[in-house]
Design a binder for this molecule. Structure first.
Ligand code: MN
Length: 132
């Protein structure tokens, strides 16, 4: 297994099964995983814990993933955190980019692709171990 040395991923997903599955996969690959099931919680966890990257489901109860991303990107404290939008709707990509999302993944998204994209946006952390 590739060591990623405490890189923190904030996994935002309101579907319990998907969140559980991707949490397991990310932890298996060595990431520390924070979880949120709605947009408000995602914003507050991001502000408090400063994850290295955020996987943002766009369809969420309360404020959606676009609004959560707008709030994170307008706050200097969290603006630099890469946000990867995850949605079943290809048509949402322009809205996601406009909201400040750095990347875009379409559901259903194979686990390998999620891990690949997370590593890519983190600058290949397996080659640049960082202490927590
Ligand atoms: Mn959803």
């Amino acid at each position: 297994m590739v060591a990623v040395n405490g890189r923190k991923v904030l996994l935002v997903e309101d579907n319990d099964d998907n969140r559980t599955l991707f949490g397991i996969i990310l932890r298996y690959h060595g990431f520390e995983v924070l979880e949120a099931a709605d947009g408000e919680t995602a914003v507050s966890i991001a502000r408090e814990h400063r994850p290295d990257i955020i996987l943002m489901d766009l369809g969420l109860p309360g404020i959606d993933g676009l609004e959560a991303t707008l709030r994170l990107k307008s706050d200097p404290h969290t603006a630099a955190i890469p946000v990867l939008a995850v949605t079943a709707y290809h048509s949402a990509e322009l809205d996601a980019r406009a909201a400040g999302c750095d990347g875009f993944l379409t559901k259903p998204c194979p686990p390998d692709r999620v891990i690949h994209e997370v590593r890519r946006y983190l600058g290949r952390p397996e080659l640049e171990p960082r202490s927590a």
